[in-house]
Write a protein that binds this ligand. Structure first.
Ligand code: PLP
Length: 388
């Protein structure tokens, strides 16, 4: 045996976020602005629907594609919300969260060496999933000068004969950036013009503030080349239920299902039952949680700007991405020193790509009192280290 572990894995660094949380979990009294997940429990009527189904004996596999009732509800939701038609029998696949959907999408479309253009910074799994599929992530720098939007001209400049897809995720993790309809239409033009696929991760689409969500697939002429990924984790506070979905044309869903049926078989049935309840009756609770995030967002963004950590206004998800350059520290140094000295956990921007340098991610999916206390501690910290 040459090596026990496949060489492919050497090209993929361990998740910067995990490394950091291992450190956090070994300390007491930490206020965490770290983990990107709702602090609310799943709304009770959703949990209750799942409990009830367990009592009825719903403990088995479902169809590989997922329960048809759930696929029908999703199809009807996409029609009502975005006027998009997807056939629940052939154009929808229920996945184990968007995480699995993303993995299936890239494995279904990439041959070794195919390139996928994506923003930098971006969600940690994007480049890794592409590398796991033997593809090549091609990063497009974005910055707060352009509110971390992906500029179509920058995408176009990186297209080669090996480019297969553009991978976008707006509202964005880690920046909270949103792409308006015009910005996305420019990306759609590039995709059409160069005959590229688009994977659009819309997990945060319901979490937008002072703006309307846009579904990329609903833009003119791109539905057939788009794999839409979305799910229940964030808007319905259902991270542990592991339910997401992919919507795309039948050939793409068939290819993704081929992998899914061998590697995952299906998404958990209790999660699927819960998701049916969420999509049918969960909107008022989802809206209430979104309003609460919005309140916290305002406090967080104002607080960061007031203490000298300049922060552009995030319009979606539940993250603020302030600049920490006034301290002269690197992102990692800032996050580690802040954690050690003030017991506030934030994530170094570099966990999301090189262009995250000079920033940290602060998740405001935590109580207002936690946010206020974290800001007090951070103010003390910034005062001590401020250089400019
Ligand atoms: C942008 C983005 N996509 C996907 C995921 C994973 O979502 P899921 O829980 O549906 O697997 C996350 C989780 O943080 C995320 O931030």
């Amino acid at each position: 045996m040459r090596n026990r572990i496949a060489g492919r894995l050497d090209r993929i660094p361990p998740s910067g976020i995990r490394k950091f949380f291992d450190l956090v979990s070994s300390m007491g009294g930490v206020i965490s602005l770290g983990v990107g997940e709702p602090d609310f429990p799943t709304p009770w009527h959703i949990t209750e629907a799942a409990i009830h189904s367990l009592e009825q004996g719903y403990t088995m596999y479902t169809s590989n594609s997922g329960m048809i009732e759930l696929r029908r509800e999703i199809a009807s939701y996409l029609k009502t919300t975005y006027d998009l038609d997807y056939d629940p029998n052939t154009e929808l696949l229920i996945t184990n969260g968007v995480s699995e959907g993303l993995d299936l999408a890239v494995r279904a479309i990439l041959d070794p060496g195919d390139e996928v253009i994506m923003p930098d910074p971006a969600y940690v799994s994007y480049p890794s999933c592409v590398l796991f599929a033997d593809g090549v992530p091609v990063r497009v720098p974005t910055s707060c000068d352009n509110q971390f939007k992906l500029a179509a001209a920058d995408v176009e400049a990186r297209i080669t004969s090996r480019t297969k897809a553009i991978l976008i995720g707006y509202p964005a993790n880690p920046t909270g950036a949103v792409m308006e309809i015009g910005d996305l239409a420019d990306i759609a033009d590039v995709a059409r013009h160069h005959n590229l696929m688009v994977i659009s991760d819309e997990i945060y689409n319901l979490l937008v503030y002072d703006t309307e969500p846009v579904c990329f697939a609903s833009l003119p002429g791109v539905k057939d080349r788009t794999i839409l990924l979305a799910g229940f984790s964030k808007a319905y506070a259902m991270t542990g239920w592991r339910i997401g979905y992919a919507a795309a044309s039948a050939d793409l869903i068939a290819a993704m299902t081929k992998i899914h049926q061998y590697t995952a078989l299906c998404a958990p049935i209790m999660g699927q039952v819960a998701a049916i309840e969420a999509i049918k009756a969960g909107e008022p609770e989802a809206r209430r949680m979104t309003q609460e995030y919005d309140r916290r967002r305002r406090v967080m963004v104002k607080g960061l700007n007031d203490i000298g950590l300049t922060c552009f206004e995030p319009k979606g998800a539940f993250y603020a991405f302030p600049s920490i350059t006034s301290t002269g520290m690197s992102s990692e140094e800032f996050a580690e020193t802040l954690l050690t000295e003030e017991k506030v956990a934030v994530v170094p921007g570099t966990a999301f790509g090189q262009c995250g340098e000079g920033h940290v991610r602060c998740c405001y999916a935590t109580s207002l009192s936690n946010i206020e206390e974290a800001l007090t501690r951070m103010a003390r910290f910034v005062k001590k280290y401020r250089r400019s």
